[in-house]
Write a protein that binds this ligand. Structure first.
Ligand code: NAD
Ligand code: LMR
Length: 339
């Protein structure tokens, strides 16, 4: 059933509230017909904290919705065709955005900017108009730029609340746990690894020194593990050979992060997981968005945790991350300013 194991690994409060205690959570997936959108919608249908699930895409969402709606969980599912975006957003509390094109071999996430920036901006603009108080979970790449695009678009509409906009970096956390567990010969649930920074190549900074089973990994094995976590996306793009990027593991990661948010919104305490949000941590260096451990609660972002002690290697990784991250964020911001 639902991905409870990873939720356990990612957050310090590992259980669901009972469904009877839960408030209603109405969710929309924008891009629900796609490679991520379909399995993500399926997993959200199995999440007991979702009461109503709207599926929107420029193609195929009514069919996906009809299919998923037969699953015997209590949530109501509705599909919306291309011209029904406002109806799909009506009354939702959580918006999940996996809309946009994926990479092909040889491309960077930044190469997706020209296509995905306007898709995400236009969807964010509709969110600002129809569901201005919704929490927005951004999956579309390049996340380092699309999150600032969502924030700036909502700000332009006068409805931006930094506690409600999240870049979903959970796939990096999932990969870090899986790869580290494989090396350490332990269960991934026992190997949570905080991953900070952004979501692309060298902006992904795994903090193995803060992981019980990761901190003993050194030398060449450490270097290879870091590279694999940072460039795990490339592994999938290469293996899919032109047919796209990670979809199934991303759906799992997206549903895991969404569940953590639902639990926080429900009043559960101590739900902590990395996510890319507006953050004070590097604002003095002109970097307004950063992923680090964030406590989720009834208002969305409750508390941004400090990074904690970093090893010398992690300081170096961070030094490489920051300038690239700043460039990506500035590009997103500039795009909305010039729109
Ligand atoms: P896909 O092409 O299979 O699906 C994308 C879907 O978006 C399609 O169904 C398409 O019709 C839809 N779409 C396009 N424009 C739209 C619009 N204006 N409104 C609504 N829907 C629209 O791609 P995918 O494999 O599902 O990947 C989607 C995005 O997620 C890509 O940008 C990819 O790079 C990104 N991604 C992010 C992560 C992450 O960790 N954050 C992981 C994997 C993929
Ligand atoms: C990933 O990390 O798998 C995604 O960001 C998709 C990609 O382009 O690699």
């Amino acid at each position: 059933m639902f991905a409870r194991a990873a939720v356990r690994a990612l957050t310090s409060q590992p259980r669901y509230f009972s469904t009877t205690a839960a408030r209603n959570t109405k969710v929309v997936v924008l891009g629900a017909g796609g490679g991520i959108g379909q399995p993500l919608s399926l997993l959200l249908k199995t999440d007991p904290l979702v009461t109503s699930l709207n599926l929107y895409d420029i193609r195929g969402a009514p069919g996906v919705a009809a299919d998923i709606s037969h699953i015997d969980t209590p949530s109501e599912v509705q599909g919306f065709a291309a011209d029904k975006l406002d109806e799909a957003l009506d009354g939702v509390e959580v918006v999940v955005i996996p809309a946009g094109v994926p990479r092909k071999p040889g491309m960077t996430r930044d190469d997706l900017f020209n296509t995905n920036a306007s898709i995400v901006r236009d969807l964010a603009s509709a969110v600002g108009r129809v569901a201005p108080t919704a929490h927005v979970l951004v999956i579309s790449n390049p996340v380092n730029s699309t999150v600032p695009i969502v924030a700036s678009t909502l700000a332009k509409a006068g409805v931006y609340n930094p506690a409600r906009v999240f870049g979903v970096t959970t796939l990096d956390v999932v990969r870090a746990a899986r790869f580290t567990a494989g090396l350490a010969g332990v269960h991934p649930n026992d190997t949570p690894v905080p991953v900070i920074g952004g979501h692309s190549g060298t902006t992904i900074v795994p903090l193995l020194s803060q992981s019980v089973h990761g901190k003993g990994i050194k030398g060449e094995v450490y270097d290879k593990l870091i590279y694999r976590i940072q460039f795990g996306g490339d592994e999938v793009v290469k293996a899919k050979d032109g047919a796209g990027s990670a979809t199934l593991s991303m759906a799992y990661a997206g549903a895991t992060f969404a569940n953590a948010l639902f639990r926080g919104l429900n009043g559960e305490k101590g739900v902590v997981t990395p996510t890319f949000v507006e953050s004070p941590l590097y604002k003095d260096q002109g970097i307004d968005f950063f992923s680090s451990n964030v406590e989720l609660g009834v208002n969305g972002v409750e508390k941004i945790h400090p990074l904690g002690p970093l090893s010398a290697e992690e300081e170096k990784l961070l030094a490489a991350c920051l300038p690239e991250l700043k460039k990506n964020i500035d590009r997103g911001r500039a795009f909305v300013e010039s729109s």
